[in-house]
Design a protein around this ligand. Structure first.
Ligand SMILES: NC(=O)c1ccc[n+]([C@@H]2O[C@H](COP(=O)([O-])OP(=O)(O)OC[C@H]3O[C@@H](n4cnc5c(N)ncnc54)[C@H](O)[C@@H]3O)[C@@H](O)[C@H]2O)c1
Length: 329
């Protein structure tokens, strides 16, 4: 199959590209910026074929022309901007233009080009306040987004679901809190994961001070890539709305402790007064229910905390993000 992926140069997009290319698919990656060099190098050895196109999803004419040219059988829409709270007001117009306007452009173009399936990446941010009022978040939990980002993702996913009502084969996936391979700092995302920050601090030999344990249903990037592919491959009509979470919880403190156990030299502590790791919010939301993911999409995440850490460290070391081991510290 030929799959067009928007936001293919971003963190999640790269995990989706890798999963698709590993499965031998032809992938057209569209983004404002290029696929990073180390990813291109890794993807070159995979069995699929990658084409890259520069695209601004706000440019309706360009989006329509590109999809008409490639006529992909499937489309994954990952392009979005997700600023940190401090940058939200300044970016409000652009958040709406990219996250809502860009989604409408992709939906129209995918529909006109005859795509068989469209997968829209939404976010647990749509739960907003509900994330602190309910013990678990199911797809039926009321969405109460608070940030402009969360509001824009909710609007985009709901517009997409209307296209589904009108006949598109489409699913919206609400992604939880992600960490793992291919995460990198971009100008459009202000919410870099604590795990990325910890690896960076470890590399620089800096002490790590956590604001709180940070218990959440953290999900590994490779599992997100695999869940997107499972949605694309799902036989028959896909479920409309599916949470993509790990189905289990652990804390950032557990992450630090297990990193030390596998031999990484970390000076870490929970120290709210001296915290230097940003969790991008003062509280941890409730976990996502994964019942729909398991029962309707027949998918279970593969990585637990330990196997994710081992894989993440191997990836980081291969990509020259050298993390000091205890015997070298
Ligand atoms: N990372 C997470 O923890 C997380 C959690 C929930 C949902 N999501 C969703 O996953 C998707 C991907 O997020 P990410 O974490 O990879 O972010 P990212 O910032 O790493 O990647 C987003 C990509 O979109 C591209 N982009 C931005 N504006 C564009 C435009 N106008 N035209 C074309 N491309 C544009 C960027 O260049 C970037 O490569 C988004 O829809 C996001 O809402 C991510």
């Amino acid at each position: 199959m030929t799959v067009l992926v928007t936001g293919g140069s971003g963190f999640v997009g790269l995990n989706v590209l890798e999963a698709l290319l590993t499965g031998g698919e032809t992938v057209i990656s569209c983004d404002l910026g290029p696929v990073p060099g180390p990813a291109l190098e890794t993807f070159g050895s995979l069995s699929g074929t990658l084409h890259e196109e520069t695209l601004d999803v706000r440019d309706r004419a360009a989006v329509l022309a590109l999809l008409a040219r490639f006529r992909p059988s499937k489309v994954v829409h990952a392009a979005a901007i997700s600023p940190a709270a401090e940058a939200e007001l300044e970016a409000a117009g652009n958040i709406v233009a990219v996250n809502i306007g860009g989604t409408v452009n992709i939906l129209d173009a995918a529909y006109s080009a005859g795509a068989d399936r469209i997968v829209i990446l939404s976010s647990a941010a749509v739960y907003g306040r509900a994330g602190f009022r309910f013990p678990i978040l199911t797809e039926e939990t009321p969405a109460e987004p608070t940030s402009i980002y969360g509001i824009s993702k909710f609007a985009a996913e709901q517009i997409a679901l209307r296209y589904r009502d009108l006949g598109c084969d489409l699913a919206a996936l609400r992604l939880g809190s992600i960490f793992g391979p291919w995460e990198h700092v971009t100008s459009v995302r202000g919410t870099i994961s604590p795990m990325w920050q910890i690896l960076e601090f470890a590399k620089q030999g800096r002490p790590i001070r956590l604001p709180r344990p940070g218990r959440r249903d953290w999900i590994y990037g490779r599992d997100v890539g695999a869940a997107v592919v499972a949605t694309l491959d799902f036989p028959g009509r896909v479920p409309a709305l599916v949470n993509i979470g790990a189905g289990s919880q652990w804390s950032v403190a557990d992450f630090c402790s297990q990193m030390s156990e596998v031999g990484v030299a970390l000076d870490w502590a929970i120290d709210p007064a001296e915290a230097n790791i940003d969790y991008h919010g003062p509280r941890d939301r409730a976990p996502l229910s994964t019942v729909a993911l398991r029962e309707f999409l027949d998918f279970s995440p593969r990585f637990d905390i330990r196997s994710a850490i081992v894989d993440y460290l191997a990836w980081a070391e291969a990509k020259c993000r050298q993390v000091p081991r205890q015997d070298q510290a």
